[in-house]
Design a protein. Structure first.
Length: 83
């Protein structure tokens, strides 16, 4: 199921410091990539923007599941670390 990262980021911003479900990925490698993408506010091209900008304002974690790995994110503030 595709993830709407702008919706997830908005939910995180509305509930700072609380972990929110991003989604479940088929492999831990994919989940690790998504956690890095969230933490660094990665964008694929100059004409795009990240739902998780600015870099460092979100934390992300992954947990192995029966079917792959689940990713969660939380908003920690524009400076990072603010809870």
């Amino acid at each position: 199921k595709p993830v709407n990262h702008f919706t997830v980021a908005a939910l995180c911003r509305a509930n700072p410091g609380e972990w929110q479900d991003v989604g479940e990925y088929n492999s831990s490698q994919s989940a690790t990539g998504v956690t890095q993408w969230i933490r660094t506010a990665y964008v694929k091209g100059a004409d795009r923007r990240s739902a998780y900008a600015p870099a460092g304002s979100f934390e992300a974690r992954r947990e192995l599941t029966e079917y792959g790995a689940r990713v969660e994110a939380r908003f920690v503030g524009a400076e990072g670390g603010a809870r």
